[in-house]
Design a protein around this ligand. Sequence first.
Ligand SMILES: CC(C)(COP(=O)(O)OP(=O)(O)OC[C@H]1O[C@@H](n2cnc3c(N)ncnc32)[C@H](O)[C@@H]1OP(=O)(O)O)[C@@H](O)C(=O)NCCC(=O)NCCS
Length: 330
Amino acid sequence: MHITSPAAGKLRSLNTRKDLLPVADLIELCFGRQMDADGWKYVHTIRQAAADRNQIRWMLGAGERIAYPLHGYVWEEDNQIIGNLSIIPFYKKGVWRYLIANVAVHPEYRRRGIARQLTLKALEHIQSLEVASAWLQVRADNAAAIHLYQELGFLERAVRTTWQRDSLLTPEAPAYPGYKFTGRAPQDWELQRRWLNETYPPDVIWNLPLEPERFAPSLWQKFVRLLNAEDYRHWAVRGGGKLLGIATWQASTLHADYLWLATDPHEEQEAIAALLPYIRGHLHNYRPLSINYPAYRAAKSFQQGGFRELNTLIWMEHPLASSSPFATLS
Ligand SMILES: CC(C)(COP(=O)(O)OP(=O)(O)OC[C@H]1O[C@@H](n2cnc3c(N)ncnc32)[C@H](O)[C@@H]1OP(=O)(O)O)[C@@H](O)C(=O)NCCC(=O)NCCS
């Protein structure tokens, strides 16, 4: 593997006391054109934290899954930060996972091996935490970054599209003769759980704000939901005497609330095409909605329901052996 080593540059740990502002500038410079509402909020929050260190404590306690850059590495050259990468820990079901995010190099310093060295350093760091692997997400249209990560040994694990509906001014709900819409019945839970597991498998659920067991129609889960002030709404669609799918609404403090879809794999397109317009008529809070879904599936049904593709991300994993192949490269 070819590694250039720009003599003038220095790779070091992120220092939240002095680096947050230049890191926010670099993220904006490198991602600005493709940033969505949450991306801009994210950069704004980093800037606020740079101005007020109390914010950092708040960021540490933030409940939503926003990847704040509290740990990571920067590349310093010509007295400025021209490269950055964040390492974000996630804890779910007793397992820690680490996501490499915000990999960015100033346009004037690219193709000199800086991103490669930052990523290798991050892999070394994550390996020292004794976890089985490192993760990252890259836009499916970012050929340069995909090439870099493949070269470093990252493997594709999933491709996911985020569908978003910003406005309620979506096409009128078409009539679906023969379909019946109801609330979710307790006996629907077994199928819902199985289908949710298919749509949100273990390789992706760790990075989503989804806890399917919270949807269980048990007294205990009702108590847990009350305790956590969690609010969900379920809608079921039935046809030909059987359950075809269930959609669940979940509130969020981000730009859009979430919808989680559990559908019969053989009736996926029809069930989604029927559910989305129906929900539109039954959610009255006028908030945008966001759906994370396996890429390239049921696209027409989402579009008909007034959703647009916000992004499609490849989720990549780098298995880590116990002895470090990266130490010599840093
Ligand atoms: C992607 C990015 C971080 C790469 O930074 P970089 O420092 O230029 O990357 P490196 O010099 O370390 O490149 C390492 C390898 O990646 C691949 N690569 C990087 N840029 C590439 C490009 N424009 N086209 C094709 N391959 C590219 C090459 O294989 C390269 O190795 P080589 O130069 O020996 O051929 C940088 O282009 C960037 O900041 N882009 C905008 C933000 C972004 O998309 N970040 C990735 C988010 S997941």
